[in-house]
Write a protein that binds this ligand. Sequence first.
Ligand code: HEC
Length: 251
Amino acid sequence: MRGPHCIHFTLMPCSMRLLYTSALVVLGVGYLFAMIYVFESHAGHDGKPGLSVRDLIIAYSGSKADTRLETALKGPMASMLPTGERDEIIAWVRRGAKEDEFERTIAPIMEKRCLSCHNGSNPHIPAFGSYEKVMEMVELDTGMDIFTLVRVSHIHLFGITFIFFITGYIFCHAYLRPAWLKCAIIVTPFLAILFDIFSWYLTKVYEPFAWVVMISGVLMGLAFACQWLVSIYQMWFYRLPPEVAENGGVV
Ligand code: HEC
């Protein structure tokens, strides 16, 4: 004997279907606003319209380009050194401008090519005598800081669990075969939010994880849409197959 929670929507009192529908409508509007927010806060950061994986990399890991040093090296200072050495400096900046690498490979280049002018004797020219001085020209954009990520993570983990617990609980009353598909649609958003959030941190270390962020977001959206549409449709417009109805509407 199965419990009443597995009874199909059509056998529920109208009051309960109204409660479920109202909750779904408000959550649906909330989801739309969340999408607008995600789009507005991330889209176009890479200079192209729309939301791309590159935008997510910039959000979580930073762009690492557009430092004053790189801009100068590609612009007014381009003629001061051979392109091979210039590329070496740019590559070092984009790798994160580490101090030990600076001392080993970058400082010698600067001593040879830049210090004749950038030695601090002219106050209008930035001095490059030390790592700290050079770093003033390398204000790296490293994306969202860890504390912000931790704050946003816990809000998302709690919030998304509430949302998908409610929509999944409602969706349990739908009739959908094969049964494994119904289970997959219920479980997917919970797995997706875990993958999503861990990938925010991993994108900082290894940029291709931005793909996992993107794919998890899409899966969450699909699961939400599926649960929403199937539930609303079956609540108000659906006729249960006779064999299920005869079985007491247990789904
Ligand atoms: C012949 C002299 C000279 C040499 C050599 C030189 N610079 Fe400069 N640099 C200048 C002057 C003058 C300025 C300030 C005026 C300006 O911004 O054009 C400057 C400005 C800069 C700035 C600051 C740009 C900004 O955003 O304010 C950077 C960064 C820079 N140089 C990098 C370098 C690097 C790296 C090298 C070595 C590869 C180098 N320069 C070699 C003369 C030089």
